[in-house]
Ligand binder design. Sequence first.
Ligand SMILES: Cc1ncc(COP(=O)(O)O)c(C=O)c1O
Length: 323
Amino acid sequence: MSARELQNRPCGGRYVDVLQSIGNTPIVELKRLSPKPGVRLWAKLESRNPTGSVKDRVARSMIEDAEEKGAISAGQVILEPTSGNTGISLGMICKLRGYPLKVVMPDNVTPERTQLLQMWGAEIVFSEGAKGSNGAVELALELAASDSRYYMPYQYGNEANPLAHYNGTAVEILEELDQVAAFVAGLGTGGTLMGNARRLKEALGDSVKIVAAEPMQGEPVQGLRSLDDGFIPPIIDLSLLDRKIFVTNSDAIVWTRKLLDEEGIFAGVSSGAIARVAARIAGELDEGNVVFIVADDGWRYLSSGVYTRPLEEIENLESTLWW
Ligand SMILES: Cc1ncc(COP(=O)(O)O)c(C=O)c1O
């Protein structure tokens, strides 16, 4: 019996194991943050996945794809560059499926991420923090080229990444909403934007606008990238994006707090950036649904003080802290 057939909404469904329970996340209306009564702002809570981020979908999709293609078998070492979330999701899946995992991650991510990876038994190789996720990608590619024991799913170039959204996230949004005026997500690998864009445009045509939230160059927000940094992930087809809107670090933080204080949504900092863009788009429309992605939960950023310290204090902190 498939997960869909087993599903028993609204209790959340019955699944054969935790991996099958990935996805089927709630979509929640944010009335207080919507700038106009006729425009409905919706948050798709990917933070409700088993490890707390949207990357559970992607990690499962990439591992199952590799298994189906016969590219991996039990005991094979999985190697992946990640700013944390994909590594954490791979950590859970690899532990359950019997693959040792090695992740390459910038050395300035929050300690919670390191601990979560260690908790799942992953080996961590640190790359230079100042180089951001590009530094992690470079180092992982070098390691993979030097040792044939590694299998690298490589989320930046793996079609199983956007497909997880094409077959999952977007289908779930369409199940709940008949019309979507705009879909807003952060740009990291581009998987969320590409997979949702393809499915939503197939279903709704050009009436749906696909909007990317991008950090300002030199102002990294954990999980997101500026295409101006010079690396365009191979899975990205820029023609599918209707707009790209830049967000400052300070806006990302202010909006992370707004999500918490005004709507009770405890989200990571990239979700603040994404919410900022979604609210701006909502302000430009007269009516319709604006859907945005809450990519992860706030637990893994607690040590940064983002949720508790006075805003004036945290807005001026070193931008690398948010990496
Ligand atoms: C916290 C967070 N937000 C947003 C994203 C962006 O998602 P995508 O890689 O699908 O572009 C990521 C990806 O790593 C992330 O970790």
